[in-house]
Design a protein around this ligand. Structure first.
Ligand SMILES: Cc1cc2nc3c(=O)[nH]c(=O)nc-3n(C[C@H](O)[C@H](O)[C@H](O)COP(=O)(O)O)c2cc1C
Length: 166
């Protein structure tokens, strides 16, 4: 493993990447920085934020590097939506995938991202009847908060430790 590479918009994914960098002693680069520093084909761990089920930057990262594991940061609870995210991003079954809860920081959203969150919130608010899941999502969208924690990385560390045992 050569590096941790990430794509973050409002900082939650960057924070997880930093946490991984500290514990693994691997260098941490944004996907843009990595393009200038890392050689093609090297082994990396990739982290990207989820945008409409797509992991930002994953496609480009997978073209350039050997992605050994993917960490997808979204609003949903850690460890949920795994199959959905794997399918939407064409991640091979053999590649370990972890979903992590990030957070919402609307003060840092701009352009299309800001608009999409506004529309989604408006749509959910206008709904006369909301499921429990809808209510939870509406809360996450309307309250800026960070859910980034070391605990959310537990499943990842379990996998990572198996690498050094081999
Ligand atoms: C336009 C937009 C679309 C999003 N779509 C999803 C989604 O499909 N699934 C999800 O779990 N989170 C979704 N999110 C939430 C982000 O993935 C979440 O805020 C994440 O923590 C952002 O990471 P960052 O702070 O590194 O940019 C979306 C956020 C935005 C702004």
């Amino acid at each position: 493993m050569k590096a941790i590479v990430y794509t973050s918009n409002t900082g939650h994914t960057a924070e997880y990447a930093r946490m991984l960098g500290i514990k693994t002693n691997l260098p941490v680069y944004s996907l843009k920085e990595a393009a200038k520093i890392l050689e093609n084909g090297v082994d990396i761990i990739y982290l990207g934020w989820i945008f409409a089920n797509k992991i930002k930057g994953f496609k480009n990262a997978a073209k350039r590097y050997t992605v050994s594991a993917v960490l997808a940061v979204g609003l949903s609870n850690t460890g949920t939506a795994l199959e959905e995210v794997r399918k939407a991003n064409y991640i091979a079954e053999a590649t370990p995938l972890f979903t992590l809860q990030g957070g919402m920081d609307k003060t840092k959203l701009r352009g299309i991202n800001k608009l999409m969150i506004k529309m989604l919130t408006k749509g959910l608010t206008a709904q006369k009847e909301r499921s429990e899941k809808d209510e939870r999502m509406l809360h996450l969208l309307t309250h800026d908060d960070s859910y980034v924690s070391e605990e959310n990385l537990t499943a990842f560390w379990e996998w990572y430790l198996t690498l050094s045992v081999k």
